[in-house]
Design a protein around this ligand. Structure first.
Ligand code: EPU
Length: 302
C-alpha cells in the first residue's frame, strides 16, 4: 500500500514519522518472506495516538511490526502500511534491579547488557531473535523461563482506548506463548525487575543455553523459530520428527533437518509455499496423533 495523499504525507512529517516507500517485508523478517508496502517509522511514542487517528480518518489500514522474527507475511503488494518503532538512544537504562527497556531494543543485547550489570534471570532468552516488545507481547520463553515473570510495568498504546497507558505486571496475564494484550496493542517500553547474580554465573548460564540451542536448532538458517506451539504435555517438534517429515518441502519452504518444528526458507520460499507446508504438516500430525497444532508464528494474510 502506498501513502501518496499529500495531506497525509505532510501530517506524518509533522508527527516526526519517517515514511519509507516500498519496503520489502522479506528484508525485515527473519524468514525472509513477505511482500512490499510503505513503512512508517515512529520516533516519539507520544505521537502514536495522533498517528493512528490520522491513518484511521483517511482509511489507511495498518499493522505493527516488531523485530519480525516470529512472523510470516504474505507475498506481493500488501494491503496495509506497516508501523515500526525507531530505536531510541539509549534504549536500555539500569537502576538498581530494574531495567528500563524500550520495546524496540534487541532482546539478546538486553540479556547481555543486564548480565554485565549483574542482573540475571533471562539467560534462557539468549539466542532468541527479535525485540523486547515482541518477546513481551507473546511472552517469549525458553529453558524453563519466560519474560513475563520479570515484568513490573509496561507502557503501551492501547488500541481500544486510543491512548498510551501504563500497566502493572499484575494487571497482565502471561501464559505459555500468550498474553492478555489485545492483538492491536502496541508495546512501547517495559520495566523488568531482575534478580541480582554475579556476571560470571550469568555468563555460564548463557553459555549453556547457547550450546543447547546450537546443538538442537537451525540457527544459521532463515526461520521464524518454532512454527507451532507445543500442545499440553507434548512436543510438536518430536511429533513431526516421528512422522519422518524432516526435510519435507514445498518449493523452498522446508522442515528443518535439525529441529522439526522449525520451518526454514532454504532459498526463495514464498508465503504460499510456507503456508502450504504448514497446512500439510498440520494435517499429517492430525491424522496420526489426533492433535490440532496451533500456530506459534504470527501470520499476516493479505
Ligand atoms: N525433538 C525431536 N525431534 C525434533 C525436535 C525435538 O525428537 O526434531 C524432541 C527433543 O529431543 C526433546 C523434545 O522433542 O526431547 C523437545 O524438544 P526441544 O527441547 O527442542 O524443545 P521444544 O519443545 O521443541 C521449546 C520451545 C522453543 C525453545 C525450546 C527450549 C515451543 C514451541 N518451543 O521447543 O522455543 O527454544 O523449547 O526451551 O515452545 C520458539 O518459541 O520459537 C522456540 C524455538
Amino acid at each position: 500500500m502506498r501513502v501518496e495523499d499529500p495531506r497525509i504525507v505532510a501530517a506524518l512529517a509533522d508527527l516526526g514519522v519517517e515514511l519509507r516507500h516500498a519496503e520489502s517485508l522479506a528484508d525485515l523478517t527473519s524468514l525472509g518472506i513477505g511482500g512490499t508496502t510503505d513503512l512508517l517509522r515512529i520516533t516519539k511514542h507520544e505521537s502514536i495516538p495522533d498517528l493512528l487517528n490520522l491513518l484511521d480518518s483517511h482509511g489507511v489500514p495498518h499493522r505493527f511490526l516488531g523485530g519480525g522474527s516470529n512472523l510470516l507475511v504474505d507475498d506481493g503488494e500488501l494491503p496495509w502500511v506497516v508501523l515500526q518503532l525507531g530505536q531510541p538512544d539509549p534504549d536500555l537504562v539500569i537502576e538498581g534491579n530494574i531495567a528500563h527497556v524500550d520495546a524496540a531494543a534487541d532482546l539478546g543485547r538486553t540479556v547481555t547488557y543486564c548480565a554485565k550489570h549483574d542482573l540475571g534471570g533471562m539467560e534462557g532468552l539468549i539466542g532468541v531473535p527479535g525485540t523486547v516488545g515482541g518477546a513481551l507481547r507473546m511472552n517469549a520463553g525458553a529453558y524453563g523461563m519466560q519474560i513475563g515473570s520479570y515484568v513490573r510495568e509496561v507502557k503501551l498504546y492501547r488500541a481500544a482506548a486510543r491512548r498510551l497507558e501504563i500497566l502493572r505486571g499484575e494487571q497482565i496475564s502471561f501464559e505459555y506463548r500468550h498474553t492478555s494484550f489485545a492483538p492491536d496493542d502496541m508495546m512501547l517500553a517495559v520495566k523488568l525487575e531482575l534478580p541480582s547474580k554475579p556476571y560470571k554465573e550469568i555468563l555460564q548460564g548463557i553459555r549453556i543455553c547457547n550450546e543447547k540451542r546450537r546443538s538442537s536448532q537451525p540457527l544459521g538458517q532463515k526461520s521464524a523459530g518454532c512454527i507451532f506451539k507445543n500442545p499440553p504435555g507434548a512436543s510438536a517438534g518430536r511429533m513431526i520428527d516421528e512422522l519422518g517429515l524432516k526435510g519435507q518441502s514445498v518449493g523452498d519452504a522446508r522442515v528443518s533437518d535439525r529441529h522439526a518444528n522449525f520451518f526454514v526458507n532454504a532459498g526463495k520460499a514464498s508465503a504460499k509455499d510456507m503456508l502450504a507446508l504448514i497446512t500439510n504438516v498440520r494435517e499429517r500430525v492430525h491424522a496420526s496423533f489426533h492433535v490440532e497444532l496451533e500456530h506459534e508464528v504470527v501470520i499476516w494474510d493479505a
